[in-house]
Design a protein. Structure first.
Length: 384
């Protein structure tokens, strides 16, 4: 399980370190950095897929995503921020740690002068994989500095295993399970993380249409394969849980998947109606709840599941049922919920829930109630 997440230099997240639990809820008003935290977790996962540079490019490049305030922040200062001279190199740093497992940290910076047409693409300056809660020198098992990648062998000595280009991560390029098992393990771990922030319920949403169905162990990011995901989960033993989740939200209702010539479509029956309703006829809120049922009751739960604003389109009356569904999912996966809804946060309760409320202090994202760095988990960034 991830115990600590750290982000530095990303949008309003000048320097943020959070402790994560089995079920973590992140709340806060508009513009306080919740979406930035969600995107930073996605960027971490993209490192394992070789897509972090491209993901930053889609956000306008590294210079558009870097913290725009003073180098040391503005918290507790009187008056507006004053222009300063940057002493340290520009950096976007991301990392996480596990008390009893491997941790990872990456440092992305601006490229050196070289006349490349891709001058706005960030360079990967350093990467580290370490054991335990902190990247102390003795805990580092693999690291990349500049182009060179080295791993620690069984005797504690360092062996160089690769030389990389500035835009390639060691997670995506080093694939030797014998010579670099920690790198391979970290890559597979990050690739298993699952994110949902764009489940479609509009009139043209694929989930409303009949789709060719194949066994689906995880709902697609947009929910296109809803019917196949529900049918797979039911076939693999989660049918009773699906029925309970639907009945909790819509008393007396049942959901099934109609199969016609290999094409799957969701059908919902409700008390008082003389026929079933197809997915094309469902309200946005009803369809979105069914999408969350499929996402949270996956027959192959991920290690980490991150949801961004899951309350969207849902009537407040459905939030207690969604909260119960989330608590059930947190038994199989570590769950992070980023939400605007205080009602959802309250429905999730406090028992076994780690909660962080983000707020903006002079442009910087901070955790409400924290007085300073000593109030947050310990963290060490690797040096370039």
């Amino acid at each position: 399980m991830i115990d600590t997440v750290a982000v530095a230099g990303y949008r309003s997240l000048r320097s943020l370190v959070l402790d994560f639990g089995r079920l973590t809820v992140v709340t806060g008003g508009n513009g306080t950095g919740k979406s930035g935290l969600y995107r930073s977790l996605r960027l971490l996962a993209e490192c394992a897929l070789g897509g972090a540079v491209g993901a930053l490019a889609r956000e306008g490049g590294l210079t558009s995503t870097l913290w725009a305030g003073p180098e040391q922040g503005t918290r507790h200062r009187d008056g507006p921020a004053q222009p300063t001279v940057r002493n340290a190199p520009a950096a976007l740093r991301l990392g996480f740690a596990s008390n009893d497992d491997l941790g990872y940290a990456v440092d992305l910076g601006l490229p050196q002068e070289g006349g490349s047409a891709f001058a706005h693409d960030p360079e990967i300056k350093t990467e580290q994989i370490f054991s335990g809660p902190l990247a102390r020198p003795g805990a580092v098992l693999a690291e990349r500095r500049g182009p060179a990648v080295r791993v620690r062998d069984s005797s504690g000595d360092w062996d160089q295993v690769a030389t990389l280009r500035t835009f390639d991560s060691m997670l995506s390029e080093v694939v030797d399970p014998t010579g670099a098992p920690e790198i391979v393990a970290m890559r597979e771990r990050l690739r298993g993380w699952r994110f949902y922030d764009h489940l479609r319920t509009d009139a043209d949403a694929p989930a409303r249409q009949a789709q060719v169905g194949t066994r689906t162990m995880a709902l697609a990011h947009d929910g296109a394969d809803l019917a196949a995901a529900l049918a797979t989960a039911r076939e693999l033993g989660r049918g009773e849980e699906i029925d309970q989740a639907v009945a909790l939200a819509f008393p007396g209702a049942t959901v099934r998947v109609q199969v016609d010539g290999g094409r799957f479509v969701v059908q919902l029956s409700r008390p008082g109606l003389l026929r079933e309703l197809s997915a094309a006829e469902l309200s946005d809120g009803t369809l979105r709840y069914l999408l969350w049922v499929a996402a949270l009751l996956s027959p192959r739960p991920p290690e980490l599941l991150v949801l961004n604003e899951p309350e969207t389109s849902l009537h407040p009356d459905l939030l207690p049922a969604l909260a119960e569904l989330m608590r059930r999912a947190a038994q199989d996966s570590q769950l992070v919920v980023v939400t605007h809804s205080e009602l959802l946060a309250e429905a999730l309760g406090s028992d076994g829930v780690t909660r962080h409320e983000l707020e903006l202090d002079a442009g910087e994202t901070v955790v409400a109630g924290r007085e300073g760095p000593l109030d947050q988990p310990a963290w060490h960034w690797p040096k370039r």
